[in-house]
Design a protein around this ligand. Structure first.
Ligand code: GTP
Ligand code: MG
Length: 170
């Protein structure tokens, strides 16, 4: 039988890391060079078929600007999954991502599937965060890790698909 499983998913990460761009790529297959900074949060939904099951993601795309930080718990509490996003060409965004992981581990739900996305993987020439560094960090903290590019679409469907698989297993 074809079951539909609803899954609340939240994106967290520094301003400009590419959260909205990842969602736009996943939901609409689009990319814009001048994506506007998110105010508060934005909601999207998208379904994904995994074998004979369907996951319906209810996606909260949060704002990275610090002034919206206090809103974040509303979105990550009760989330089945979280994607913590940084920009591989921006070391400070990786530091910020680790802070989000800490906050999720301290204040979030133990069962939330957490993915770490090293976005803007197309910007290899200005890379500041090495893959090995992120991979090791992810392993040590029980996250799964992928480098993504909202611009080229690399690994965007894949990261959502991997989350969906883990949700269905769990
Ligand atoms: P806030 O909403 O302010 O928290 O930012 P955000 O994390 O949603 O970032 P957003 O998606 O708005 O992207 C910021 C900028 O980075 C935009 O100009 C995007 O076009 C660009 N961008 C996003 N993803 C990629 C990517 O994979 N590669 C490249 N080269 N640029 C990207
Ligand atoms: Mg945004």
């Amino acid at each position: 039988g074809n079951k539909i499983r609803n899954a609340k998913l939240v994106l967290l990460g520094d301003v400009g890391a590419g959260k909205s761009s990842l969602v736009l790529r996943f939901v609409k297959g689009q990319f814009v060079e001048f994506q506007e900074s998110t105010i508060g949060a934005a909601f999207f939904s998208q379904t994904l078929a995994v074998n004979d099951e369907t996951v319906k993601f209810e996606i909260w795309d949060t704002a990275g600007q610090e002034r919206y930080h206090s809103l974040a718990p509303m979105y990550y509490r009760g989330a089945a999954a979280a994607i913590v996003v940084y920009d591989i060409s921006n070391q400070a965004s990786f530091t910020r991502a680790k802070k989000w992981v800490q906050e999720l581990q301290a204040q979030g739900n133990q069962n939330t599937v957490v993915a770490l996305a090293g976005n803007k993987a197309d910007l290899v020439e200005t890379r500041q965060v090495q893959i090995e560094e992120a991979k090791t960090y992810a392993q040590e903290n029980g996250l799964f890790f992928m480098e993504t590019s909202a611009k080229t679409a690399t690994n965007v469907n894949d990261i959502f698909y991997e989350i969906a698989k883990r949700l269905l297993q769990g």
